[in-house]
Design a protein around this ligand. Structure first.
Ligand code: NAD
Ligand code: 44H
Length: 387
């Protein structure tokens, strides 16, 4: 079984590649970083260290890699012959990989006998595979799109494992938390996906992806933004700070109320889910910088993303998103000069002010009571930071 995985980064090597190789797929990573590709190709294996109370090392073997910038023809052929395509490149990169994916699909459709293929985008967003499908479709003819509809599946998915920025000397080794979850929408699958150890198939993905994005990622984001405001450098430091912990716990209580109301989760089960996540954030062996967790703040302020998404829905459900509003306000204090979205957000904010920026980047309706709520929290943070 051959899997092509776009993005040999943290989650690509530390989770998706590891699961696929363990399930006896021959994994070919596709990336744009030449040294990473070269080392994967030469060494063909790497270590994944599970950092729990004990350290366990798993060896991921039999892997290879292609460079999508310099070896695009080989990537296209590999897609045409693959049994599965996965991605973990970041939501904003899906559009960039779509032309190559479309060429691979075209070549596959031209082959006399071709089996169904599934493309699973493992990104932190709602509907990532569906987005990739729409992007790929723009590079195909009407006839090709019709044929793609018949044999190429794009099931949406939710993936969860915390994989921080890697600081070790080895380019390929990756340290991860032991916990993982990978859920795929069964209805989007065409034909069969060859078995993947650890994947759960569900008939309806929204409860799972929203539970993950609006709990793990909401909690993480609030922790990073409020944490940095309180002078913390890592998630572990931030969650140990009582002021930060209170806002994170409050935000998760808020999204929990929404998720329970919307998806009918059992209250106790959801509270256990939150408790497990807060415990994962404290993992002392994983030092996860707030700069990584808070990265790309414009994406994170998106209309359906982890902060504004649940806050707007709470308002629709007559719930009060006070702690979420505090988390959203804290985004505007976030500093990370190497992150172009941080720079862009600050420029927008200085030019247009808070309300207009919120409308522009987060699509919050002009008359939404979320805007005054966030403005109020922004002023409170300003006061708190001054003292
Ligand atoms: N790290 C985590 O804890 C985690 C957990 C779950 C989901 N995710 C999601 O997985 C995705 C990747 O996150 P990450 O932390 O692994 O990031 P990362 O930056 O470590 O990895 C992304 C990889 O994609 C590669 N890439 C960029 N452009 C490319 C292109 N055009 N073609 C091929 N490869 C390209 C980069 O070189 C990099 O190796 C994101 O959507 C993230 O939200 C991350
Ligand atoms: O990857 P992002 O930028 O969407 O979010 C940062 C972290 O919250 C995220 O990577 C988590 O570590 C991950 O989603 C855990 O499953």
């Amino acid at each position: 079984m051959r899997a092509i995985h776009f993005g040999a980064g943290n989650i690509g090597r530390g989770f998706i590649g590891e699961r696929l190789a363990r399930s006896e797929y021959d994994v070919c990573f596709v990336d744009v970083q030449a040294p990473l590709v070269q080392q994967l190709r030469e060494r063909r294996r790497y270590a994944v260290q599970l950092l729990g109370e004990e350290v366990e090392t798993l060896w991921v073997t039999g892997v290879t890699a292609l460079n999508s910038r310099t070896e695009s023809d080989r990537v296209v052929k590999a897609i045409a012959e693959a049994d599965l395509v996965t991605t973990a490149v970041g939501p904003s990169v899906l559009r960039a990989i779509a032309p190559l994916l479309a060429k691979g699909i075209r070549l596959r459709l031209q082959m006399e006998e071709h089996s169904p293929l599934n493309v699973v985008a493992c990104e932190n967003m709602l509907g990532a595979s569906s987005l990739l499908k729409n992007e790929a479709a723009t590079h195909l003819s009407h006839h090709e799109r019709e044929r793609m509809e018949g044999t190429i599946g794009f099931p949406d998915a939710a993936v969860d494992r915390i994989v921080p920025v890697q600081t070790g000397a080895d380019l390929l080794s990756v340290c991860v938390e032991p916990f993982y979850e990978w859920v795929i929408d069964r209805n989007g699958v065409k034909g069969d996906i060859p078995p993947i150890d650890g994947v759960t198939y569900v008939d309806s993905l929204p409860p799972y992806i929203e539970r993950k994005l609006y709990t793990v990622n909401t909690g993480h984001a609030v922790c990073a933004y409020v944490g940095q405001l309180m002078g913390c450098k890592t998630v572990q430091e931030a969650i140990a700070h009582p002021r930060v912990e209170a806002v994170v716990a409050g935000a998760l209580k808020e999204t929990g109320a929404l998720l329970v109301a919307k998806h009918g989760f059992d209250i106790q089960t959801h509270q256990n889910y939150i408790a497990k996540i807060l415990e994962r954030f404290t993992n002392p062996h994983l030092l996860d910088p707030v700069s990584r967790v808070g990265r790309s703040p414009i994406r994170k302020l998106g209309r359906t993303d982890r902060l504004v998404g649940p806050a707007l829905q709470m308002i629709d459900h007559n719930l009060q998103p006070d702690h979420l509003a505090a988390g959203i306000a804290a985004v505007f204090f976030f500093h990370e000069e190497k992150d172009s979205e941080v720079v862009e957000l600050h420029q927008l904010f200085s030019r247009e002010g808070l309300s207009k920026t919120l409308r522009t980047v987060a699509g919050i309706p002009v008359d939404s009571r979320l805007i005054p709520l966030i403005s109020q929290r922004y002023r409170e943070w300003e006061e708190e930071v001054k003292t």
